[in-house]
Design a protein around this ligand. Structure first.
Ligand SMILES: Cc1cc2nc3c(=O)[nH]c(=O)nc-3n(C[C@H](O)[C@H](O)[C@H](O)COP(=O)(O)O)c2cc1C
Length: 311
């Protein structure tokens, strides 16, 4: 991997911790930034006031750069977009669509802008808006996903734009970094592995579920309504899949989904919680400090490269 991404992020490693609504708070973001990556505060569940407080808290926990992830479906997006300017956040990543009208204001404020995309079409549109890089996320990832795997998406995105491509989806060790670097990625974004970091404040049931999960334990709900979400299977997920099979509407599914991520994160509610995580959860086997996770991943990557591609 080259220095294009570290110079944009201002970090030691070309790594972003994925924005994860309800999960990625100031504690996780600052731990990742202190560990040499770029930590993100996820604003998906926040309004402007909450985000400002979280940014100010993160500043007391790290003197390294960190960023904010704005989920564009959040109705508070206009105020969140203003708060990141006022608080002089280093990097903004966006999820769920095009940040179009906000990009100019963020760039004018000196903020690096990195949208998350899941297709070449959106990658091209983002490049023409003047963003600094894109995160290309494959459907192995946890949370809201697209349709294309990391393996197929990354080389196609790399070929169609000239700004750096940061790969996400299914990366949890040095082999994953080596693989996406061979596909042309200049950096990585990691979500699922940080769920079990020591500093991640999610309920212990959530961490244990990720650790216990095997390769085949995630399911995608919401495909029929055009909003696919990957979670670890539990009673809620199986109910949603059964409803979907019966032809339930998006609204009917939403009624059950509302608040379910919060129930998983805050209460560890094994029945009604939505435990979002990626297919790579099967590889995640312990709770470790964020810095150890990052150093272990890149040490393994360096070793693979030194050995000419084998472990
Ligand atoms: C619990 C959870 C919540 C997520 N929430 C968001 C979000 O709010 N915004 C976003 O852009 N991506 C979100 N994602 C995606 C991550 O930022 C990241 O791209 C993804 O986890 C990478 O794939 P991996 O899970 O295989 O590491 C979420 C992922 C998880 C696991």
């Amino acid at each position: 991997m080259n220095a294009r991404v570290t110079s944009i992020l201002g970090t030691k490693y070309p790594l972003i911790q994925g924005g994860m609504a309800w999960v990625a708070d100031a504690y996780l973001a600052s731990a990742v930034s202190n560990g040499g990556g770029l930590g993100l505060i996820a604003a998906g569940s926040m309004n402007g006031e909450l985000l400002r407080k979280e940014i100010q808290l993160a500043r007391t926990l790290t003197d390294k750069p960190f960023g904010v992830n704005i989920m564009l479906m959040n109705p508070c997006t206009p105020e969140l977009a203003q708060v990141v300017i006022e608080e002089k956040v280093a990097v903004v990543t966006t999820g769920a669509g095009s940040p179009g009208k906000y990009v100019e204001g963020w760039k004018a404020a000196g903020i690096k802008v990195i949208p998350v995309i899941a297709s070449t079409g959106l990658a091209r549109r983002m490049e023409s808006l003047g963003v600094d890089a894109v995160v290309a996320e494959g459907c192995e990832a946890g949370g809201h996903i697209g349709e294309i795997t990391t393996m197929a998406l990354i080389p196609q995105v790399v070929d169609c734009i000239s700004i750096p491509v940061i790969a996400a989806g299914g990366i949890a060790d040095g082999r994953g970094i080596a693989a996406v670097s061979m596909l042309g990625a200049s950096g990585i974004q990691v979500g699922t592995r940080f769920l079990t970091s020591t500093e991640c404040t999610i309920h212990v049931n959530y961490k244990n579920l990720v650790i216990k999960s095997r390769d085949i334990d995630s399911r995608v709900t919401g495909r029929s309504g055009g909003h696919p979400v990957r979670c670890i299977k539990n009673a809620l997920v199986m109910d949603l899949l059964a409803l979907e099979k019966k032809g339930a509407t998006f609204e009917e599914m939403e009624t059950i989904m509302v608040g379910s991520l919060r129930k998983a994160v805050k209460n560890g509610d094994m029945k009604e919680g939505s435990f979002m995580a990626g297919q790579i959860a099967g590889l995640v086997s312990e709770i470790q400090p964020a810095q150890v996770i990052i150093e272990e991943m890149f040490a393994e990557y360096e070793e693979i490269i030194k050995n000419g591609g084998s472990i």
